[in-house]
Design a binder for this molecule. Structure first.
Ligand code: S3P
Length: 169
């Protein structure tokens, strides 16, 4: 993998809420000298409000349209970067591979619960209710697997996860 921000293909991280997409994405960027983009942060900045407010004020369907828009923009305009997606983006954007190489950070739900505390759950409207989140997790596994070109066991120290991604890219 090129270690500077050349106009090479992007790396697209997918996985459930709390799987560590942003943390892994930042570390990948640091190790490769690429730029890091977080799709949720792009949407929040463009909207001038937090995701929780977008869900509250406009509803989930509107947020999904914003995700589709941001995915189209990344496919057309972003190159050579590390991109982290919101956990639901693979369910509404059919061809994530048009953005770049899709890497799935896979983690059991129990581990996700250990990592994502009450404060972090509050920011995520679809994680307010743990039982519902677990059902969503089960439903999404197949989608993540189908979209991924590389699946990585993310239940390991950050360095190991990043090493494996870099080896397999
Ligand atoms: C969502 C995941 C969130 C955010 C929104 C919806 C989802 O992103 O996009 O709350 O549907 O799984 P993270 O995966 O970064 O938490």
């Amino acid at each position: 993998m090129a270690t500077s921000s050349t106009c090479a293909e992007n790396v697209v991280l997918i996985g459930f809420m709390g799987a560590g997409k942003s943390t892994v994405g930042r570390e990948l960027a640091r190790r490769t000298g690429r730029y890091f983009l977080d799709a949720d942060a792009l949407i929040e900045a463009a909207q001038g409000r937090a995701i929780a407010s977008i869900f509250d004020e406009e509803g989930e369907a509107y947020f999904r349209e914003l995700e589709q828009q941001s995915a189209r923009w990344m496919a057309e305009c972003v190159r050579g970067s590390i991109v982290s997606t919101g956990g639901g983006m693979p369910t509404v954007v059919e061809r994530l591979r048009e953005i770049g190489t899709v890497v799935y950070l896979k983690l059991p739900f129990e581990k996700i619960l250990e990592r994502i505390g009450p404060e972090e759950r509050r920011k995520r409207p679809l994680f307010h209710d743990i039982e519902k989140a677990e059902k969503l997790f089960a439903k999404r596994q197949k989608i993540y697997e189908a979209q991924a070109q590389i699946t990585v066991d993310a239940d390991r120290p950050l360095e190991e996860v990043v090493d494996e991604i870099l080896r397999r890219l």
